[in-house]
Design a protein around this ligand. Structure first.
Ligand code: ZN
Length: 513
């Protein structure tokens, strides 16, 4: 009897404690929702270069809400049984774990110093002194091969400046991660997103092996069309600039892109005129960005002043994010916001890949069958290259975290040569990739997003045939756009496509039929 009373008291006490922890979690989520709105509004200004704009103050406020050891302990101890509560707890603890590493004062200072050094770097190319953007522009567009080579080699100049610091940042992240999450940095970062190193390396190997014949045909074609005896690293990007056709530009005028995208979206039942989405074309340093200021209530798209097909493609991708942020209705802030990146980026790709469906290219963008075939083929070739490059960058990064003291230039070049099939001439160009300092363990997300996009398109074709309308639109909204972090990436894909994330539809998309 006494034992039962004690038991009941303990149960009552535990329930009371749990509900107080739950209330605190809800209050924190509410606070985060408002702070993030402030953060995104500030970042929207920062990215457009507005004087005096900064995200620093609000970032500190966000940190203060998340970093709360006493609450964290209470949350860990709480006996939740409801799956949604369990998921919210996991999301909060994951966020706190990631923040412990990212916001370590020593690491933050180191990363900031690398960024400052990177943006101050001017690359000596011949007798010119160039910015990163100018160097990239030469590598991607300059017909003079000698100049392209010089620009490509000049990228090693930034490694001389920041390479050692990036190595230190990797070591520090590993140390911090071992302390807070009991495993090395890459493994902890991937685990938080429901991924493992083994699965990613398995997919990457499947993708490499599965696309080898197509990729080698592409390199052979480059060699022939560029009239070179051997394809070099400074030929790869450039080759794609030689493929675009000026005759297509009239279908992809910048002013026409948004009205055309709106018509396409409307055919799926998504009426942008009635959605809280604002689009702005701006001078920014990246392709585009979409801000979920308040999910369902206020969404803003910023898109670069690109020209032609590239602009339409980018804006469609951003429209995919915007639909996601409008429709994501997963209750609490963490459930709406803390989704895995391949899911969110994948939804951007679900929309941008529509452009490369013959029916859509013809009906909504006005192309002839021949023109549609041509942009589809170019996309196929470019993604064969882009995804291999991303895989090389990411595999290098994983191996670098395993043994940061090894020769990183050699490690990078081995990975790059193996995947891209070009010689790297012993140049230490690896640190030119800004992700290693600023966005560690991230580049795989773009590969996974492409896998996601292809997998979803395949499932929709199976279900709705080639022409998608309102019914397909409702399905995509229900299974994907309305989803957030309640389910993992694989759970979402199983619910929407019948199988967990797989590389097979991406590999299939590269086969010539
Ligand atoms: Zn995106």
């Amino acid at each position: 009897m006494v034992a039962a009373v004690v038991c009941m008291l303990a149960a009552w006490f535990a329930t009371a404690q749990n509900s107080s922890v739950k209330d605190q979690l809800a209050a924190k989520e509410q606070r985060l929702e408002n702070l993030y709105a402030e953060y995104w509004r500030a970042d929207y200004e920062v990215q457009q270069g507005k004087a005096g704009s900064s995200t620093q103050a609000v970032e500190e406020q966000i940190r203060a809400v998340i970093s709360d050891p006493a609450f964290q302990r209470a949350l860990e101890a709480a006996r939740f049984t409801d799956p949604v509560d369990l998921r919210r707890r996991q999301l909060f603890l994951d966020e706190a774990g990631a923040d412990e590493v990212a916001n370590d004062p020593k690491l933050s200072a180191l990363v900031q110093s690398i960024r400052d050094e990177e943006s101050a770097t001017r690359y000596k190319v011949g007798d010119r002194s160039l910015t990163r953007g100018e160097v990239n522009n030469i590598i991607g567009h300059e017909p003079d091969r000698r100049l392209r080579q010089q620009a490509w080699e000049a990228r090693a100049q930034v490694t001389e400046k920041v390479g050692e610091q990036v190595r230190q940042a990797m070591k520090l992240r590993n140390q911090l991660s071992l302390r807070f999450s009991k495993r090395p940095f890459p493994d902890a970062a991937l685990a938080r997103k429901g991924l493992t190193r083994a699965r990613i390396t398995y997919w990457f190997e499947q993708i490499r092996a599965g696309s080898d014949p197509e990729y080698h045909r592409l390199v052979e074609r480059m060699r022939r069309e560029l009239r070179v005896t051997k394809v070099e690293p400074w030929d790869l990007e450039y080759y794609f600039s030689t493929l675009s056709r000026a005759s297509e530009d009239k279908f992809f005028e910048r002013e026409q892109a948004w009205p055309k995208i709106k018509r396409l979206a409307l055919s799926l039942g998504y009426d942008f005129d009635r959605l809280p989405v604002q689009v702005k074309i701006a001078d920014i340093t990246f392709g585009g960005s979409t801000y979920p200021i308040f999910y369902g209530r206020e969404v803003r798209i910023l898109v670069n002043k690109y020209a032609g097909l590239r602009f339409t493609d980018t804006l469609l991708h951003e429209a995919g994010h915007a639909l996601h942020y409008c429709f994501d209705d997963q209750g609490s802030f963490l459930l709406r916001n803390n989704y895995s990146e391949p899911f969110d980026e994948g939804l951007g790709q679900v929309m941008s890949l529509m452009l490369y469906r013959p029916e859509v290219a013809k009906e909504y963008f006005g192309l002839t069958s021949d023109q549609a075939g041509s942009i589809i083929e170019r996309y196929r070739l470019k993604s064969l290259f882009d995804l291999r490059e991303l895989m090389a960058d990411f595999l290098f990064e994983l191996a670098a975290y395993d043994q940061p003291d090894q020769n990183l230039a050699e490690l990078y070049n081995q990975n790059y040569s193996r995947l891209l099939g070009v010689a790297m001439h012993r140049r230490a160009v690896w640190a030119f990739d800004p992700f290693y300092a600023s966005q560690p363990i991230y580049e795989h997300n773009y590969v996974l997003a492409e896998m996601f996009g292809r997998q979803v398109h395949h499932a929709l074709e199976q279900r709705f045939g080639w022409r998608w309308g309102l019914e397909a639109g409702r399905y995509i909204r229900d299974k994907f756009f309305s989803q957030g972090a309640r389910y993992t990436l694989d759970e979402l894909l199983v619910r929407g496509t019948g199988e967990p994330l797989t590389a097979k539809y991406l590999i299939e998309s590269w086969r010539v039929h």
